[in-house]
Design a protein around this ligand. Sequence first.
Ligand code: URA
Length: 445
Amino acid sequence: MPSDAAPRPPFLPQEVIRAKREGRRLPKADLAAFVAGITSGAVSEGQIAALAMAIYFRGLDLDERADLTLAMRDSGRVLDWSDLPGPALDKHSTGGVGDTVSLILGPLVAACGGYVPMISGRGLGHTGGTLDKFESIPGYVATPDLATFRNVVRTVGTAIIGQTDDLAPADRRFYAIRDVTATVETLDLITPSILSKKLAAGLSALVLDVKTGSGAFMATLAQSQALAESLVAVANRAGLPTRALITDMDSVLATSAGNALEVQLTIDVLTGRAAEPRLMAATRALAVEMLLMGGLADTALEAENRIARALASGAVAERFARMVAALGGPADLLERPADWLPRAPVVRPVLPAVPGTLAAMDMRALGLAVIGLGGGRVRPTDRIDPAVGLSALAAPGDAVGPDHPLCMVHAASEAAADAAAAAVRAACRLGPAPAPRAVVLERIA
Ligand code: URA
């Protein structure tokens, strides 16, 4: 049939790169073709790097970011949870130090009637990874097959697992090239990278925990606001109802940082042995947003009451225990954590050089101290030591001295403990403490 429409020229990656280099908008079809080429290998590494650099300097508007997000989502499998009797809800965190939120949030929202298929990551840079934390539990299978994942989500209400190779594969190749071509640090590419994986997970709604402060990926409030606004705007354009909370990562959220130590802390909170007020304030605030977006509560007050009842009744602890067991971990982890979680051979206090009041901690430096102990990776292929880390971390405003350590260090050797202790001391500043910052600093809907 003859058509009046002008024929589309053949797809040439170099023309897409040239258009962006000259500052032109990229049509949806060109972004889709380029992403298809990333996935199939038809677009070369050099061409991907060149487009990333052109975008780095020329940017993408919100519609282009949404088009790129959807194209990357469609580069692999897109999960469908429409057969569940309730909403499929998830949280994404931009990453922090001692950020134990996910371990509690998944079971919490499940205990309130939601379904949380949480696909989490490994530690990145100085930040910890939820997947590494769960892998410190003996037997826990963090990358189950799809049928097991679906079954655990359906029967327990939550499964926290690792990224599978078939979700948004274009992002994997694109990110690996960005990583070695200095093109990671732009919202225009960070936004589609994060959201393509979340959209591929087939969610009904998403809440974002965008951290700010010395331990965050984005250290300043202005940078965190810009990231949160970009993520919320693009996710909603791409059809995924999304809200963001900007939360403080300038001081400790939970009092432990390290893989098995954070699992132990989660168990202590869920069984009532520890309170961890800052961690729970962030977790409850994120859960409120998930219940509201999932239609599981009509008002924030109703959501808060439901959350409080779930925590007090032991229902959250029960969901956590069932999820661990269903994914291969010990059935009695909550009753006998000390029998299962790995323990470091050297555990000792880190004392300040002089007594005083803790004014501030450089959270990034603390995260790097955990990596130095072997609790995180320097290279993606490194094995981590799940037992090491820091516990009983002091918070700004706390008195510290001979009887009040800055923290306890858990190390594989005396030498590693010495190095970590020096790093922790260097990360701490003594003096008058500033007024404590709220945990939730802003909400972007
Ligand atoms: N995390 C991601 O998944 N992608 C980015 O580009 C940056 C952080």
